[in-house]
Design a protein around this ligand. Structure first.
Ligand SMILES: *[C@@H]1O[C@H](CO)[C@@H](O)[C@H](O)[C@H]1NC(C)=O
Ligand SMILES: *[C@@H]1O[C@H](CO)[C@@H](O)[C@H](O)[C@H]1NC(C)=O
Ligand SMILES: *[C@@H]1O[C@H](CO)[C@@H](O)[C@H](O)[C@H]1NC(C)=O
Ligand SMILES: *[C@@H]1O[C@H](CO)[C@@H](O)[C@H](O)[C@H]1NC(C)=O
Ligand SMILES: *[C@@H]1O[C@H](CO)[C@@H](O)[C@H](O)[C@H]1NC(C)=O
Length: 412
């Protein structure tokens, strides 16, 4: 009796693990002539962004066409150039030749990053005479310097991959200042973004130096706004030891580059700069539509704005101070894997009051032991199966255990 039920449970698990409709790295790996392009999609984490979206068209360059960009510009510039090749609409070869009036401006990923001045994140597609299709910047006076050459792959209507023969270069794209200039003044950036308190703490604690030590390799910062520090649920930081303040601040950054698309596709526990052992001081994520929520084990916090995305450094603002369970929670929650036995009954002791934190933020408390109906699966607006399925694995696990337990008791 239990065997088919087990099979059912595992098929649910399998379903959950195939959330993404496409894997662009895999698609291009089948075509060695795009290896350079593919490698840059991974280095810039654009692959994650592409995988987190549907109804898109990716214009790819073969290794020869990529040579004009590869190795010649900072990674942040190459990321912008490749973002301009991600069209936020679905064009298969047929549709390219059926553009009404023969010409159209289409928006790209570059336009959504906030890095593109004016309409420079738009691309002009024009159906030229003799079956040729030209691509160019939407900036007035731009030439249609790139031409469609062939189709690579279509998964209707999720992603279409088309080859073009040259990059699309919008004015100023390749001459953007190197990010080192902007990044050299992290506290200045934070202050301008409304995170003065956080910037001050980074300086006074000396943790700023720890952040700066990983700039070259990759750095992701989650900066709480000044409003976040005024929240009633923020514990009195003056009661913390110096070492605890350091851990708290280190908890707000990662020693890797994780832009928004990578947070959206993340399914793992993420180590922070405070992580000092497996499963310690880490963070999990969930998504709801385009929003990313960080989970600490104590209270959730929404990722609000991107202050700077200059590969390999990204700085976000967050709505709430991130409270690590190691400092502010009960030690039962941060285990790397949830204990199977705890599933259906809500845990009686959720630890001290910080658990009930963060009023306007997304719903519910944070404990992985909370019952499935409390979990982000049920409460987040489940617009799509996709957003529901990207939810953190502990609650998914709890839900599955519940399904299994219910099924078993029915069958007995
Ligand atoms: C297209 O994407 C949707 C969700 O984004 C997914 O459910 C569907 O299976 C995908 N279609 C294909 C053919 O991969
Ligand atoms: C996509 O495919 C690549 C290459 O096969 C693989 O290394 C990677 O793990 C895959 N990514 C996802 C999210 O499945
Ligand atoms: C696209 O560019 C061509 C050539 O510069 C121009 O004639 C056409 O008007 C542009 N299309 C749009 C929609 O702006
Ligand atoms: C950093 O930026 C802030 C605010 O823009 C400015 O006041 C400060 O002088 C800058 N510091 C350095 C070292 O450039
Ligand atoms: C967590 O809660 C349990 C049960 O209430 C308690 O025994 C334990 O001491 C608590 N641990 C911490 C670190 O507060």
């Amino acid at each position: 009796m239990a065997a088919p039920l087990l099979a059912f449970t595992f098929s649910l698990l399998a379903l959950a693990s195939t959330v993404h409709s496409h894997n662009i790295t895999q698609i291009l790996a089948d075509n060695p002539e795009y290896s350079s392009f593919n490698s840059y999609l991974s280095q810039t984490k654009l692959a994650d962004e592409i995988n987190s979206r549907s109804t898109i068209t990716l214009l790819v360059l073969n290794n020869g066409a990529m040579a004009s960009l590869a190795g010649k510009h900072p990674l942040s510039v190459i990321k912008n150039a490749l973002s301009l090749l991600v069209l936020l609409d679905y064009y298969d070869p047929q549709k390219l030749h059926k553009i009404s009036e023969g010409t159209v401006l289409t928006t790209t990923l570059y336009q959504t990053t906030g890095n593109a001045p004016g309409n420079l994140g738009f691309v002009n597609i024009t159906d030229l005479k003799g079956g040729k299709v030209g691509f160019g910047s939407a900036a007035s006076g731009s030439k249609l310097d790139s031409s469609y050459t062939k189709s690579v792959k279509q998964i209707p209507y999720n992603i279409s991959v088309l080859e073009i023969d040259a990059p699309i270069i919008s004015p100023g794209l390749l001459t953007a200042p190197a990010p080192s200039a902007a990044v050299s003044n992290i506290t200045g950036l934070l202050e301008k973004a409304g995170c003065k308190t956080f910037a001050g703490l980074l300086v006074s604690s000396g943790v700023l130096k720890t952040y700066e030590s990983t700039l070259e390799k990759g750095l992701t910062v989650f900066a709480p706004s000044d409003e976040a520090f005024k929240d009633d649920d923020v514990p009195d930081l003056t009661k913390l030891t110096q070492a605890e303040v350091v851990s708290l601040l280190e908890y707000h950054a990662l020693a890797e580059y994780k832009p928004k698309g990578s947070l959206k596709t993340n399914k793992n526990r993420i180590s922070t700069l405070a992580t000092n052992g497996a499963g310690k001081y880490d963070i999990t994520t969930s998504t709801s539509g385009d929003e990313v929520v960080l989970h600490t084990g104590v209270a959730p916090s929404r990722v609000a704005d991107t202050v700077l995305d200059a590969t390999p450094v990204v700085i976000f603002t967050v709505d709430n101070v991130l409270l690590p369970a190691e400092l502010f929670g009960n030690a039962t929650s941060p285990a790397p894997a949830p204990a199977p036995v705890t599933a259906p009954t809500p845990s009686p002791a959720e630890g001290p009051s910080p658990t009930a934190a963060s009023p306007p933020a997304p719903p519910t408390d944070e404990s992985p032991e909370s019952s499935p109906s409390d979990s982000p699966v049920g409460s987040a607006d489940s617009k799509s199966a996709k957003s529901a399925a990207v939810v953190s694995s502990p609650s998914l696990f709890a839900a599955l255990v519940t399904v299994f337990a219910v099924a078993v008791s029915v069958s007995l």
